[in-house]
Unconditional design. Structure first.
Length: 186
């Protein structure tokens, strides 16, 4: 019986989404000569759920949409949120960073204005920045077609480690001669 509990626990853990009892039974019967009943599987799942209710574990076994899945207990969501924020910081492409910089310095700005500055289509970059909640839709422009206006979000300030937009370096600082390569006389 201990082996059955470990096998079910392994199946639930290995599944990237909720796993249904029928899937668990199918997997167990595919590798074993034994015939497991739905009641046996459910009883074992209950034991696993009870085991993970202990405060010693940061995860719990939850039934969602007729499937079972290991999830972090709600008490740890704040620390998981910080991890996700940290990881999302690392995943901005050069194109997304350029798009974000244009929006930050020119806000509110339309997608067309960003594309005119960058010289390329920015659909993907803007979509990724919206997904990461670094920019928000601030309304619609009063021009032909009423395009969306984009601005930076509060999460942008967290991402950049600033309190507000005024703390961004001035454009003149970014294009100073200290950033140039070589000698001007050459």
């Amino acid at each position: 019986m201990a082996k059955l509990e470990q096998e079910i626990e392994a199946l639930i853990f290995a599944s990237d989404q909720g796993i249904r009892v029928e899937e668990i039974l199918y997997c167990l019967q595919a590798v074993s000569e034994a015939d497991f009943s739905t009641n046996e599987a459910l009883s074992t799942i209950e034991k696993i759920q009870h085991k993970y209710q202990d405060e010693a574990f940061a995860i719990e076994l939850v039934k969602l949409n007729n499937g079972y899945q290991f999830l972090t207990k709600k008490i740890y969501h704040h620390v998981i949120g910080q991890l996700q924020l940290q990881r999302s910081k690392k995943k901005l492409s050069q194109a997304a960073l350029e798009t974000l910089a244009i929006i930050a310095y020119r806000q509110p700005v339309t997608k067309l204005e960003v594309e005119q500055i960058r010289g390329v289509n920015c659909d993907y970059s803007i979509q990724k920045l919206l997904e990461k909640e670094l920019i928000t839709i601030a309304g619609k422009a009063d021009t032909v077609g009423r395009p969306l206006l984009y601005t930076t979000s509060n999460q942008f300030a967290d991402y950049m480690g600033i309190n507000n937009i005024s703390e961004l370096p001035a454009m003149a600082e970014l294009s100073s001669t200290a950033n140039s390569i070589g000698n001007e006389q050459e």
